[in-house]
Design a binder for this molecule. Sequence first.
Ligand SMILES: Nc1ncnc2c1ncn2[C@@H]1O[C@H](COP(=O)(O)OP(=O)(O)OP(=O)(O)O)[C@@H](O)[C@H]1O
Ligand SMILES: [Mg+2]
Length: 226
Amino acid sequence: MKYFDIQQFSYRRLIQAADGPLQADVYEVQRDNNKYILKDYSARPKLFRRTICRWQLRREWLALLKLRHVKHVPKPIAFGGNKLLMSKLAQCKASINQDNSDSLETKVAQIHQAGVCHNDLHSKNLMLNQTQAFIFDFGAATFSPKDNNSLSDKVKGQLFKLCQLIDRMAVVKYKWKRDRKLLRPDEAHLVSLVEKTRWLSRCWRRFKQWHKQKSHSPNNETVNSP
Ligand SMILES: Nc1ncnc2c1ncn2[C@@H]1O[C@H](COP(=O)(O)OP(=O)(O)OP(=O)(O)O)[C@@H](O)[C@H]1O
Ligand SMILES: [Mg+2]
């Protein structure tokens, strides 16, 4: 099943409403007693829908296809018409411990081995139970080049290595924020990189807050205007 009709799904629950023109509305949908997650960009402005949203959706679909064999990553179900359907991961919210942090590292390594980098690993895009880590939201994924023959492939290969580093830094940052005892001595250089680049994440956070306020303000004006 590639293109699909959303009417086929009996039950639809909004999990997350889009918070800007680049975000999807995320629904839980059900068919034959199976629950799925639907990411839907169809209500976004046309310009975004046809450019960045399409780009994000294709990336996520491609990444999920490449990661079909990796456990605890959503399975791709269907794709088309500004929508993407994937399997639903069981909800869990355990705090980090030795077992699930090992699982998180193994999972990230498996994802990289499959030729995919996540690039947006943070607490809202992963879940932990007592022993396992679950990773989702591959809309910013990048892929390793097939071979290293041409100059452009070599450049892409180097960029992929940089993205791998970014993912590993994200895992270290996650541990660093929650339980520093889980950091290993061989991760010291990543910890120092995380500390050195804190200003970057601070700027990015401020930019996102500013952008959120900006995109909400016209609506507020309309609502408040007499
Ligand atoms: N496969 C899945 N299984 C279970 N829950 C999921 C799945 N995919 C997404 N979710 C839930 O939906 C929420 C939003 O999904 P996702 O992060 O993919 O959307 P997004 O538009 O990229 O949002 P954001 O920009 O905030 O990261 C997640 O925080 C998670 O709770
Ligand atoms: Mg997300």
